[in-house]
Design a binder for this molecule. Sequence first.
Ligand code: C2E
Ligand code: CA
Ligand code: CA
Length: 756
Amino acid sequence: MRAYLKQPLAIATLVACLCGLLTLAQPLDQIYWNMRFLFGQQEAPQSIVLVRIDDVDGKTANTLAEDDEVRLLKVLAEQAPEHIFIDRKISDRSSLQLVSELRTLDHKVSLVARFAEPDTLSPQAIDLPGPAVTGGVPVVVSGWLTNFWRYGTNAPYAVKLGDKTFPTLSAAMAGKSGTTESFYRPDFTIDPSTVRTISASQLLLGNVAPGLLTGRIVVVTEARSGPGMRIGYFGHGQVDPLYLDIAGVAGLRSGLALNIEWFPLVLLFAGMALLASRLGTRRLRYPAYVAVGVVTLFGPVLLEQLGIYSNPSASLVAALAYGALRLWAKWRRRMLQTSASGLPNFVALASRPVPTGHDVVVATISRYEEFLATLSQNLHGECARQISRRFSVGCRTNEIFHGDGGHFAWVEPARSAEQQIEHFEGMRALFSAPLLVGGHMFDTNVHFGLDRNYEYDTLTRLNTALVAATEALKNGRTIEQFEANRLANAPWELSLLARIDEGMRNGDIWLAFQPQWDYRELRICGAEALIRWNDPVRGPIRPDEFILQAERAGRIDALTYWVLDQAITAAEDFNTFGPPFQMSINLSAQMVDKPSLVSSIGEIVQRRGIDARLLTVEVTETASVYNRPAAIRNLQQLRTMGFRLSIDDFGTGEASLCYLADLPSDELKLDRRFVSRIVKHERERQIVLSTINLAHALRQTVVAEGIEDLPTFDALRQMGCDVGQGYYIGRPETFEQLRGRYAAMAVDRGSLFGTN
Ligand code: C2E
Ligand code: CA
Ligand code: CA
């Protein structure tokens, strides 16, 4: 039932009923009936003739000398009209001659009195001629009820004033009688300009053919103007109310005058629209809708011809609302599908909720744009549909959404990690057969992005799955899952740019220095600069974590150059004490292959005027170096500038030996995973020992990282390690702390600089 109520037709009908009940759309009724004349007009009844008092004496209109007045009556009576209505004011001073003339006309004459204002059919609003004037001549009244725009709409058959009831002019002219409670409506199809009118002066001059008025209704009238004297006539603006009276005659004569108001029209519209919407094919449906529109628009006019009046506003509202809702639905449908393939698009997916316990999956077709480039435009859709069909088979859902480029998405029940991999490998296998589109064959490959952040909305989940799919494509992996904590960090990560700059400025970001011990010289010979970030809100942030984020945010360059600058300041200070002090800095793998790296570092070194030989650049072997030859070239150039090169975390990378072979390095840093185990584990001991020998054979200085206790420290000395670093020797500390220690040791040369 609820779904049914959401249907455009139901909504349109409800809206229309509301408008009808609250008469909200009444202005539309008025506009409709005002435009009524556009649908065809007819001539005024020829049985009514107006005799207009005009410029009889060549001076003023609307006035007639008393004898002319009497004469006019006589002339009129001679023509033997059916009835004469004197629709003008006859003053109380009118002569006895006129009154007696009126009386001689017996029952063939009536006087007309008009209400001064429409809608107020009360004795105060009318000036009834007194008995002295009428002398027994019948009086009829004219008064119209109007809408709020003061357009005449209907009138009663009779009006009760005091204890007397007077018929209204239209009723009297039409020869119909009725109660004060029964009403008639003017027939607005009558064109007021077709009412027959002759001039009183011409009549008096004898210029009117005899017999013209015979058997007709004659209304003697004067030109009326001024406020209150005109009234709205649908389709013709403000007119003399007499025209409304004549239209009233036509309305009365057409017989039946039923007002069905608005509801039957709404019902008719709803019924027709329902039938039209049920028609099977478009070819039938469209003409049917047009027919419904035509009937809704012109129906009331046709009904009016039968004397059935109505208020078409509500049904027009229904038709407009229905049309608008249908168009909107169509437009939305268009918005929700890709134009080329007709498949639902990502907007469509994002606009619905994901069922609980379901994953959002985005699949990316590698080289999709390339295929499209080789296909003619009209085959693009076919290509997408073929791919979609394969996914459909693979994940057993009919709903595959197609995003921009080679992205396809769907929703599927969550699987365990193992099943998931199996499932995606299976899907991938579906693409091992080439695509065949328009005679072209394509080999392709798919990568999947998975989102399991169940607590987020569909759009967010779709986006994260998309990011994951793009990463999978980039890293050449089958599937990549978007980690939930990345999403939680997203707002923080997004503002990282500004925060890093701010942190470097206000001291939240600072450098710690960890001392390095020279085994041969028995002194602190240098330090490694390690970045620190104490965020006022999040507390200390681990360097490897925010370095990764800085890399993603593209802020790693600024950070690295800042570190270099700070490290140089520290190195200059330590070197004032005498023996050379070696300062090491870390270079992110993201940066080593940058074209601007050497020039930027060169610029800093030159500006600071430091001997580059006092600086060591530590690089880690990572698979993520994008352009390996460029990286090696950069490092070689740095070395030419004087920098020492150190291979950090040696032994952990996949190709450390390759690196060692390719790189013109000076130093090799043994990773702490090996170092920490040499005392207890023979294998690691042998690895470290042979690595030290290998390094020495290649003329490398060996630095052991992560020395946490005396036995390890001693073992490394025995193995011939050159330099040690670790908590046992000294933790990373502030510049002031390390400097204080270094200065104190410098005084006690025995402990700091060895025994000699
Ligand atoms: P790394 O280059 O291998 O730095 C050595 C890490 O080992 C440091 O961690 C240091 O605090 C820690 N460490 C030193 N001695 C010991 C020990 O005896 N035991 C243990 N368990 N750990 C010890 P930290 O400072 O947290 O830095 C982590 C990583 O962040 C660094 O690893 C480096 O890759 C990166 N990093 C730090 N500062 C920078 C920087 O300025 N630039 C770049 N690109 N990376 C940096
Ligand atoms: Ca390091
Ligand atoms: Ca290291």
